[in-house]
Design a protein around this ligand. Sequence first.
Ligand code: SF4
Length: 161
Amino acid sequence: MTQKKPQAKNSVPIKKSSIPFYKDGLQFECQGSGKCCTSRGGYGYVYLTLKDRKRMAAHFELTLTEFTKQYCGKHNGHFMLKERSGHEGGGDCRFLKEKRCSVYEARPEQCRTWPFWPEVLNAKTWSQEVASFCPGVGKGKVHSYEEIKAVADSLKGWLKD
Ligand code: SF4
């Protein structure tokens, strides 16, 4: 289902060549399948910003150092959650309990912004990887182009801290 997007009077027209496939919005609502919390190749890691680590440390009533030592590893110079198996790669998220996120309120930015990540927001990846994998695609609310773009833009350079 798509939604016709009203054009605001003073909005800047989008060039035809740069019109993204999600110009009319995308329908998505998390179905709680937990599928995005399991390792699957390149999408297996849950990276953490400093803000994420601080939020999660507070959730567990730990200091930032304690939380980082206990729950974090590093990949390509970025902090990430250690996986359940205790090694980097291979395992599911350690906070996935019976297909549910056990730290939902404190979950990292990466989890909050799925599936509107810049690297999956192209027609091919969306249809071949996201829509065929995630049961939330095509369900619930239609997110507008502006909403999706704002999420994707917020992730540009998000791991800098
Ligand atoms: S923190 Fe929660 S939402 Fe994120 S991958 Fe782990 S279980 Fe899933």
